[in-house]
Write a protein of this length. Structure first.
Length: 395
């Protein structure tokens, strides 16, 4: 038993370090990928019991993978298509690996993962904001046309990545057990992440943030007085930032430009319409990663890409898998309370925000998307029986 406990602690610590480096993706393979490959080898034996406990999503992912391979028969560039599919398969295996750890260690693993995730998000946000205000040398490396991309290759990935960390910090601020100074530090970090999302100037990320915050506030019933205090503190914190933004004509112009309809939106929607017409002509798909070659443009939509490249069956298998993950998250919310319940509210809000984001950006190969989809699949059955037994005994 002690050996199992020590192995568990070592594995969770390793996962914590891995997630702490998850925002460094300017280089390929990223440190996160290299460490995850080792984690996959370490958790091969644990994937078997996890697969038996989550057989429905595993079967759906096998079907989705099969559709990826079958669609390659119609690919214009099979080599590129195979490479694209291999990335998808790798992310599916990371889902299995992280899911197996979460399945065994439950809330301990979730908390370790989210704590590590916050470190990665804070590092990305601090570097991004520091570059935005030219506090660091070589700031242009972490910027893209006036927008923060930080340690990512695209501002549209940076913004959504840090949203789950902001929600987790908000949960920690609302929970009891932390002193005033600790909560103030968490609030400052929360504001840094919110500003990071804002200055990514990603319209999809802005919508993602609004939806995620709305879901969090609806499902996690926090103390009303605390929330009012947080809201007042948030308003006072925003006042100097608003003065700064309105004083800069460049920033005002950038915000106005990003809030408005972009010229390339016409091209985006035209290509999506063309992609859907092609999807009906090729019900088995045109092949993974072929959209850019077929239409000379990205689909800018997870749903359109999967439907077009992997066919109707591939689209349905993936979407049902996502739907089962959301349902599992809601089930765990109903079985837990307090901070444990808050974990699943954060996960649910993050996933739903990402699903909105996916209407405008192809998110299939986003590492943190697959991470979030793995977190609901923990086994809380023992905890539920224990709670039920305590209620029976007390009555």
């Amino acid at each position: 038993m002690k050996q199992n406990d020590s192995t568990g602690k070592w594995l969770l610590s390793y996962l914590y370090v891995t997630l702490s480096l998850s925002s460094i993706v300017l280089v390929e393979p990223s440190p996160y990928d290299l460490l995850l490959l080792i984690l996959i080898l370490l958790t091969l034996g644990r994937m078997i019991p996890f697969s038996s406990g989550a057989h429905a999503p595993v079967l759906l992912l096998i079907l989705f993978s099969t559709c990826n391979l079958v669609s390659l028969y119609f690919a214009k560039d099979p080599v590129h298509g195979l490479h694209y599919s291999m990335i998808t398969f790798y992310l599916i295996v990371t889902w299995l690996s992280i899911g197996s750890v979460v399945y065994r260690f439950k809330e301990q693993a979730i908390e370790k993962i989210l704590n590590g995730y916050v470190i990665a998000a804070m590092a990305a946000a601090v570097i991004g904001l520091g570059s935005f205000f030219h506090f660091f040398p070589f700031s242009e490396v972490f910027m893209w046309e006036g927008r923060i991309k930080s340690l990512f290759k695209d501002p549209n990935v940076f913004g959504p990545f840090i949203i789950p960390a902001a929600l987790f910090l908000l949960l920690k601020i609302e929970m009891d057990g932390n002193g005033g100074k600790v909560k103030l530090l968490m609030f400052i970090n929360f504001m840094i992440l919110i500003f990071g999302v804002s200055f990514s100037f990603s319209r999809a990320a802005w919508g993602h943030l609004v939806i995620s915050l709305f879901v969090y506030l609806q499902f996690f019933r926090g103390n009303l007085n605390k929330r009012l205090g947080i809201f007042i503190l948030l308003l006072f914190s925003l006042i100097p930032i608003l003065f700064f933004v309105t004083a800069s004509q460049d920033l005002v112009g950038l915000f106005q430009d990003r809030f408005g309809y972009q010229e390339y939106d016409n091209t985006r929607f035209d290509k999506q319409r063309e992609s859907m017409e092609t999807a009906f002509a090729f019900p088995l798909g045109i092949g993974s990663g072929q959209s850019e070659m077929m239409f000379n443009h990205s689909t800018h939509s997870l749903y359109v890409r999967i439907m077009t490249e992997n066919g109707l069956l591939g689209f349905l298998s993936f979407m049902i898998f996502v739907g089962l993950s959301v349902r599992k998250c809601i089930q765990n919310m109903s079985k837990t309370e307090g901070e444990q319940q808050g974990f699943f509210v954060v996960i649910l809000a993050s996933i739903l925000g990402l699903l909105f984001n996916s209407f405008f950006i192809d998110t299939l190969h986003w590492r943190h998307f697959w991470l979030l989809l793995a977190l609901p699949w923990c086994n809380f059955q023992g905890s539920i029986h224990h709670t039920f037994r305590k209620k029976v005994e007390s009555s």
